[in-house]
Design a protein around this ligand. Structure first.
Ligand SMILES: [Zn+2]
Length: 286
C-alpha cells in the first residue's frame, strides 16, 4: 500500500514540474471540475469576507452588470457556458479600477471600475476579456503546480490520516491563493484580448471598445504616475494585467483584420450607462 502511495506521489511530482507553462497539458489532464472547485472555494471565501474585499449588495446594479455579461455569454465561442457559473458579484471599493474572473466563471467587478468606465460597450469589452481568462483557464494553468501538489498531498495523506483528515490538512496547506492579486502573464493577456474580441463580435456593442479603456489608462498613467503607489486606483489593474502600447496596437490590428467599420456612437450605449450608474450607484466616494 505504502509503495503504491509513494509511486503515485512521485508520478504526480514529475507531472507537476511538466505542467509548468504547458497549457494544453492542463487542458488535457485537469478536468474543468477543478476550475469549478477552485472558483467556488474562492467565491465563498470572498463573500465571507476572507479575501480583504467588501461585497457590495446592490441588486439593481448587480442585475444591470449581469445583463451586460449575459450579452457576451450568448457568443457561440463560449465553451463552458453550461459548466461555469458566470455570475457577477460587485465589490465596494471606489478606489480600485479592476475586474476579475475567477476559475469557474465567478466574475468580480469593483465599483471603482464602474465609475471609471464611460459607457456600456467599454465595460462589456473588459468583462469579455475577463470571461476569456476563465474560458482559457489561465488561473488554473498558472496554479497547476499548486493544484497538483494539493492533490498529491491529499492522496498521500489519505493513506495515513483517512480521507476526512487528509481533506482538512490539504485545505490548510494549499490553494489559499488570493486570486485578486494573481498576475496574468503577457501571453495570457494577449490570449484574453483575442478571445474577448471574438466574444464581443456577437454583441450589440462595438467590439473594439476596450481600446478606449486602454487609452484612458495611458492618460491616467501620464497624469497621475506613481504606479508603485498602491493607493493609485489603477495600480491593482496594472499589477494583475500587464499593459503596454502593444495591446492597443494589437486591438487596432484585430479590428482592421476583421474589417470592423468605424464605430457608430450608438454602439457604445453611453447614455444608458450614465443613467443606470447615476441611478443605482450614484457619485464616487471622495
Ligand atoms: Zn487580463
Amino acid at each position: 500500500m505504502q509503495l503504491i502511495a509513494f509511486r503515485k506521489y512521485f508520478l504526480i511530482l514529475v507531472l507537476c514540474f511538466s505542467f509548468q507553462n504547458c497549457g494544453w497539458l492542463v487542458d488535457l489532464a485537469f478536468p474543468v471540475e477543478i476550475d469549478k472547485f477552485l472558483g467556488e472555494r474562492f467565491f465563498k471565501a470572498t463573500i465571507q469576507g476572507e479575501n480583504d474585499v467588501k461585497v457590495y449588495k446592490n441588486q439593481e446594479l448587480q442585475k444591470y452588470v449581469q445583463s451586460i455579461a449575459d450579452r457576451i455569454l450568448k457568443s457561440k465561442s463560449i465553451r463552458y457556458k453550461e459548466e461555469f457559473s458566470y455570475k457577477v458579484t460587485l465589490l465596494k471599493d471606489d478606489d480600485t479600477i479592476n475586474a476579475v474572473c475567477a476559475p469557474g466563471g465567478y466574475i468580480f467587478v469593483y465599483t471603482g471600475l464602474l465609475h471609471f468606465v464611460k459607457d456600456e460597450a467599454t465595460l462589456a469589452g473588459i468583462l469579455a476579456h475577463e470571461i476569456a481568462h476563465a474560458e482559457r483557464r489561465h488561473s488554473t494553468k498558472q496554479l497547476s503546480t499548486t493544484i497538483t501538489l494539493y492533490y498529491a498531498l491529499y492522496w498521500t495523506l489519505s493513506y495515513i490520516l483517512g480521507p476526512d483528515l487528509a481533506q482538512h490538512a490539504a485545505d490548510l496547506a494549499g490553494l489559499s491563493t488570493n486570486l485578486f492579486s494573481l498576475a496574468n502573464s503577457r501571453s495570457a493577456e494577449e490570449e484574453a484580448d483575442e478571445f474577448g474580441f471574438q466574444y464581443m463580435r456577437s454583441t450589440p456593442y462595438y467590439p473594439g471598445a476596450i481600446s478606449g479603456f486602454f487609452k484612458d489608462i495611458q492618460v491616467w498613467r501620464k497624469e497621475k504616475g506613481k504606479e508603485e503607489d498602491l493607493n493609485n486606483p489603477i495600480a491593482k489593474y496594472l499589477s494583475t494585467h500587464p499593459m503596454d502600447e502593444e495591446r492597443i496596437e494589437e486591438n487596432e490590428r484585430r479590428l482592421k483584420d476583421a474589417k470592423i467599420p468605424k464605430p457608430n456612437p450608438k454602439s457604445f450605449f453611453r447614455e444608458r450607462y450614465e443613467s443606470k450608474i447615476s441611478q443605482y450607484l450614484g457619485k464616487k466616494d471622495e
